[in-house]
Design a protein. Structure first.
Length: 422
């Protein structure tokens, strides 16, 4: 700058005017150099890097371009140039150097944040990311680096050692714990969730207290995002999964079977002993032929041995239509291709209620997907409700309007005659 000032004085300008004019010319030159350096780095260097990265054999490397790591890094070059030329403006040298260093630190923090985000993006392309997510840990590292970077910026602007500022953090620890309470709880919860493999991205969880019932789409430091089945999204604090109870349906999905637990209500007035005609009819049913034949022989031998008379069936053993129907259901499910035969299969009676006698089916379908499971379950009960009448059983149903009409009889409709007047 002194050479420019001497040149201006040589052109017969006043020394004061020459000083300020030379300063403006120097600032303009530094600005032009910074713009040129930034232009070259973006249009030449970054384009070359982008070309080699996209042509590389590692497709995941393109994610570093997505986060614009090199674009952010290019902003450091103008700051370095300004810092280098700060000595040409001795009156403002210290202030310019501090500003340039603060800018370099801030840009460095932005680059570091972009690198951490890129690492998480690359990690999420692997299957292990659903089991062991690292997003929470990356956020913790990011917070720590941002705090340290902020201390460096402040200490640089104040001209003090950063260790002096660090020594004062102890007095602010209570305030920091209050400000970062959720982050600290989320960090501890994230470690426990990952160590115990309690939840993964994609798990179906249910937390009634927070209205969450769906699949986990993201696990971060502070929150767990759940997409409910109605496509709404519920945000649940991470530490809630440690402090409160929740249901994780992953065990069901991995077991290879989804439970079916539903009852058919039988009208108790339709339950009776099987007649000879009905037994002959049951023998024609594939799932009951062997059962009815064996049972008839067993009951006949028992009644003969103990001198039970057939005049009154109460005195001996006899098949009932509800028992035969229950056996039919069990044999039908044993032969059903959609039922997992390696898991519990149970057909039982529950205690009678005012709605009839419940016959409960407790079984597991082979398919765990909701749509397929419901389809199999519906097909089974469609069939059972239709065949109940073949066993002279009635499915219980509360009286409807048509039932009351049949009971009371149809009331004659009044005939209304119209007479035209004119």
């Amino acid at each position: 700058m002194e050479a420019i000032q001497r040149l201006l004085v040589g052109l017969e300008l006043a020394p004061t005017l020459a000083k300020y004019l030379s300063m403006m010319i120097m600032i303009l030159l530094i600005g032009i150099i910074c713009i040129a350096a930034n232009f070259l780095s973006k249009k030449v260097v970054i384009r070359l890097i982008t070309h080699y990265v996209t042509k590389s054999k590692f497709p995941r490397a393109t994610m570093i371009l997505k986060r614009k790591v090199f674009d952010k890094l290019s902003h450091i070059l103008p700051a370095i140039i300004i810092y280098y030329f700060a000595g040409t403006l001795p009156d403002y040298q210290v202030m310019i150097e501090k500003g340039a260093v603060a800018y370099i630190i801030i840009v460095g923090l932005m680059v570091f944040h972009a690198l951490l985000t890129t690492i998480n993006d690359i990690y999420q392309t692997y299957e292990i990311s659903k089991i062991k997510p690292i997003k929470g840990y990356i956020q913790v590292i990011n917070i720590i680096v941002l705090i340290l970077g902020g201390l460096l910026v402040i200490s640089n602007l104040m001209g003090e050692s950063p260790f002096i500022l660090l020594s004062g953090i102890g007095a602010l620890s209570a305030v920091l714990m209050l400000v970062f309470k959720d982050s600290l709880l989320g960090l501890v919860a994230g470690i426990q969730l990952a160590a115990n493999d309690m939840v993964r991205v994609g798990d179906w969880i249910e937390i009634p207290k927070y209205g969450a019932d769906g699949n986990i789409i993201d696990i971060s430091l502070n929150t767990v995002m759940v997409q409910n089945f109605d496509k709404t999204i519920t945000s649940v604090p991470s530490y809630v999964l440690i402090s409160d109870s929740f249901i994780n349906w992953r065990g069901m999905e991995n077991s290879g079977g989804r439970r079916m637990k539903r009852s058919i209500l039988i009208d108790t007035s339709s339950i009776s002993f099987c007649s000879e005609m009905m037994l002959e009819k049951c023998k024609q049913i594939h799932y009951l032929t062997d059962y009815v034949t064996v049972k008839e022989k067993e009951i006949t031998e028992y009644n003969t041995r103990f001198n039970m008379y057939e005049e009154n069936r109460v005195n001996g053993r006899a098949l009932t239509n509800i028992g035969v129907f229950r056996t039919y259901i069990h044999n039908y499910l044993k032969q059903h291709s959609g039922i997992n035969q390696d898991m519990t299969l149970l057909v039982r009676q529950l205690p009678p209620t005012e709605h009839g006698l419940p016959i409960e089916i407790y079984a597991f379908t082979k398919e765990v997907k909701w749509v397929v499971h419901e389809s199999i379950q519906s097909d089974i009960f469609d069939h059972l409700l239709a065949v109940a009448g073949e066993f002279e059983l009635k499915v219980f149903q509360n009286p409807s309007g048509n039932d009351l009409k049949s009971l009371l009889g149809e009331t004659p409709r009044k005939t209304v005659r119209y007479r035209s007047v004119g």
